[in-house]
Ligand binder design. Structure first.
Ligand code: NAP
Ligand code: MG
Length: 513
């Protein structure tokens, strides 16, 4: 989107509202094909035809939407416009108590249902997510700032896929650990971040339910709306009351959940700092814990790689979702012989990135989720500029309102520099070179994290050899940021422990007898 267009009123043709036969001449026609909105950048974000955002949103406890005990509400914004989207209930310790109580009560019956019956509920939730996919995708883009292209093609279908996949497991749990019987843990407290709000909720809720646990989930403060939409979907699927409870609020609400004596397990996705704090808080209790934390993942390009494809891989690896990706390929390692050519091509490609309105289907980079995150990224870029290396950002125009940050990189950065070590969690890449595969491995592993890595080479033997020496939970070869519910995801070291997805993900929600 060009600066200045966002305040412009855009008329909606009846054709566009119906989502059919849109022409490609006017600005509004660039919005998601088939999504019937009345588009006007300012007004539409709160009044689309498909998305009805309630001005006041309640907690979801015991199958009902209920007011918070304190009567307090907080605001959630659209980071692309800085407008308030809605007010959301703030759960205090009494609300968390009620939610855990509801989950405990529901556990008695839910855990006794046959796997077949539990699976049917999960299938139903998956189907409703698919049916309401447009609504889900738009709401996610509005609350988070991520491009509709991603919420439509990645977040929403993957969320449904997680429910489908785990529906399939619900009646096959005896095969999780062959020869052993398994049992659910009980009430699970789940805390998720703002970067993939609905998808992280699906990653958490689907396996927990498939295994016979009940759930209290706390979404991130800045992105609570799709979790609440999921609560509506759960009601629509007629999931028994109390099996899933959703308590919105700030960090304090999450801490209340962590501290609750009747929770059997905490599953946390978020920053390494808060993960550490949670680990300390539950030390000495009987609670189980899995932590999916931060990362500083290496993306290695060998000279024999298909360069143009690798360029696309690097763009996707770091600029997908504004770089708010725990496994983002934020440290690019280039074989020295191709580094000059690669950087030249990367700059040219970055100039073509489209940044702006998240609801524009052509947008590649949307808004940074909050003013605080934008500030954090800007500060780290400031530090990077004092530490050396060539700084590059394309000549793109940012919208005049909203929280936006240009994609950028620092080329020629040492492994000791702040930006090579600290997770920026934004569209900021560092570039360094290597001469041999051994040096690439050494540099890739030179990090306190161990979540993911990527490598590009046309030689299968080299890929296998290097991949086997990388200390990271997820390794992509000749691709990046590809996710699938069948594949376990999780990290080493400061990236946490435990896996989500696949057979291994189920182990975090079961006792093995
Ligand atoms: P965060 O600040 O750690 O927050 C994560 C969640 O924890 C939020 O719901 C937050 O609530 C809550 N929280 C805050 N303080 C808490 C406390 N003392 N006790 C319990 N819960 C508390 O992380 P974020 O900024 O939302 O997310 C970014 C981080 O998540 C990055 O480091 C990223 O790498 C990581 N991440 C990891 C994965 C993975 O799978 N490994 C996936 C996605 C993201 P509020 O929102 O209200 O503060
Ligand atoms: Mg928001």
């Amino acid at each position: 989107m060009q600066a200045g267009t966002q305040n412009k009123k855009l008329k909606t043709s009846s054709k566009n509202v119906a989502g059919r036969g849109v022409e490609s001449t006017s600005y509004q026609n660039r919005f998601v094909k088939g999504i019937p909105f009345k588009f006007d950048y300012e007004a539409s974000v709160e009044s689309t035809e498909v998305v009805k955002i309630k001005s006041q949103n309640e907690l979801f406890i015991g199958g009902k939407f209920v007011k918070p005990q304190s009567g307090k509400y907080f605001k959630t914004l659209n980071p692309a416009t800085e407008n308030v989207l809605a007010e959301v209930a703030e759960a205090n310790s009494t609300d968390v108590d009620l939610a855990v109580l509801a989950a405990r009560k529901a556990f008695a019956t839910w855990s006794k249902l046959s796997g077949h019956e539990r699976g049917r509920y999960l299938f139903k939730i998956a189907r409703i997510i698919q049916e309401r996919a447009r609504e889900v995708a738009i709401l996610e883009s509005l609350d988070n700032g991520k491009p509709i292209k991603e919420t439509r093609d990645v977040d929403t279908p993957l969320a449904a896929a997680h429910f489908f996949y785990h529906a399939g497991w619900a009646d096959k749990l005896e095969y999780v650990v062959p020869g052993r019987s398994v049992a659910p843990l009980g009430v699970v407290g789940q805390i998720i971040p703002w970067n993939f709000p609905l998808l992280m909720a699906a990653w958490k809720i689907a396996p927990a339910l498939a295994c016979g646990n009940t759930v209290v989930l706390k979404p991130a403060e800045t992105t609570p709306l799709t979790a609440l939409l999921l609560a509506e979907i759960i009601q629509q699927a007629e999931l028994p009351e109390g099996v899933v409870n959703i308590v919105t609020g700030a960090g304090e609400t999450g801490a209340n959940l962590v501290d609750h004596p009747d929770v059997n397990k905490i599953a946390f996705t978020g920053s390494t700092d808060i993960g550490r704090r949670i680990q300390k808080a539950i030390a000495g209790t009987q609670k189980r814990l899995t932590l999916e934390l931060g990362g500083k993942s290496a993306h290695i390009i060998f000279e024999d790689a298909a360069i143009d494809q690798a360029i696309e891989g690097v763009i996707n690896g770091i600029y997908f979702n504004q770089g708010h990706v725990c496994c983002a390929g934020s440290r690019l390692l280039l074989e020295e012989s191709i580094s000059e050519l690669f950087v030249k091509k990367l700059k040219k490609r970055m100039q073509k990135i489209r940044i702006g309105n998240p609801l524009d289907k052509n947008t590649d980079i949307g808004a940074i989720n909050s003013a605080g995150e934008l500030q954090k990224i800007q500060n780290l870029v400031g530090v990077g500029k004092t530490e050396g290396g060539e700084f590059f950002e394309p000549n793109l125009t940012l919208p005049s309102k909203g929280y936006f940050h240009k994609p950028c990189f620092f080329n020629g950065v040492s492994s000791a520099a702040t930006l090579s070590r600290v997770e920026v969690f934004g569209p900021v890449l560092t570039i360094a070179t290597f001469r041999t595969p051994e040096e690439a491995v050494l540099k890739a592993n030179d990090t306190p994290y161990g979540l993911a890595a990527g490598l590009w080479s046309e030689k299968g033997s080299k890929i296998h050899k290097v991949a086997s020496r990388l200390r990271a939970g997820v390794i992509w070869a000749n691709t990046y940021n590809k996710f699938d519910p069948t594949s376990p995801f999780g990290g080493y070291y400061e990236s946490g422990f435990g896996r989500e997805g696949g057979r291994h993900g189920l182990l975090g929600y079961l006792e093995v007898k």
